[in-house]
Design a protein around this ligand. Structure first.
Ligand SMILES: *[C@@H]1O[C@H](CO)[C@@H](O)[C@H](O)[C@H]1NC(C)=O
Length: 232
């Protein structure tokens, strides 16, 4: 896919955000952020930034409404289904990191840039045999990530299966009714997909980091494509 194509796909994505991009979790949850909303917010914010920069460089005032209608007109002419899939998949995976890992619980206030830099290794991952969780207290999973993991800044995520309940000893689960691994010790999970999830009390933090991470990804595309192509 050429840069030009990826930029076009991006714009199509902005306008048509189809059912392809499922929620950060559920299809119906009025208060929680969905992947669609996270991507939409990130794309709109980044697009607004580029518009402002272009306008400023020409000594003009930027008007979002006019720009949006121009973008719409472009998007109507083309239909890049495969590319939309690709970008949607990248965004989905990138955003899930913030909901499914313990990045937020480790106290991080910024996105993990190494995720979108292939040359940078992921550091400080919890080892295969390192226990990471203990059982929640009833429904309360506030303190289920082991203090050692948090103190050492070890990055981890949760096991998930709808079929089997098996997972390595002491490992965190994703959590939720569909996740059978979360029913065995250590019971409960760490996902932040919705406000009601095991770690739903950190849902908003995770969603905001996901928005910023998506904007970093878009900024990378913008730098490669240039402002004008980015807007096409
Ligand atoms: C959950 O447990 C923590 C202590 O581990 C406590 O501070 C908190 O109030 C509990 N939350 C609820 C909703 O019971």
């Amino acid at each position: 896919m050429t840069t030009r194509q990826s930029v076009m796909l991006l714009v199509v994505l902005v306008l048509s955000l189809p059912g392809l991009i499922h929620s950060f979790k559920p299809l119906f949850n009025s208060n929680s952020f969905t992947h669609r909303e996270i991507t939409r917010i990130a794309v709109l914010r980044k697009t607004a930034e580029v518009c402002q920069d272009i306008a400023a460089s020409k000594g003009l005032d930027f008007n979002l409404i006019v720009s949006a209608s121009v973008v719409k007109a472009h998007a109507k002419k083309e239909n890049y289904i495969r590319g939309r899939w690709s970008l949607g998949q990248i965004c989905h995976t990138l955003q899930d990191f913030y909901s499914h890992s313990n990045w937020v619980e480790l106290g991080n206030k910024a996105p993990y840039s190494a995720l979108i830099r292939p040359d940078q290794p992921l550091k400080n991952l919890a080892g295969q045999n390192t226990p990471t969780c203990r059982s929640c207290v009833g429904e309360n999973c506030t303190n289920n990530i082991l203090p050692d993991v948090l103190n050492q800044g070890l990055l981890t995520s949760g096991y998930f299966s709808i079929i089997s309940s098996s997972k390595p000893t002491g490992k965190c689960s994703h959590g939720g009714s569909a996740d059978r691994t979360s029913r065995r010790d250590p019971v409960g999970g760490i996902n932040k997909d919705t406000l009601d999830s095991s770690h739903g009390f950190r849902h908003n933090e995770a969603a905001n980091l996901a928005i910023r991470a998506t904007m970093e990804l878009l900024e990378d595309i913008r730098l490669v494509a240039g402002d004008t192509n980015f807007m096409r």
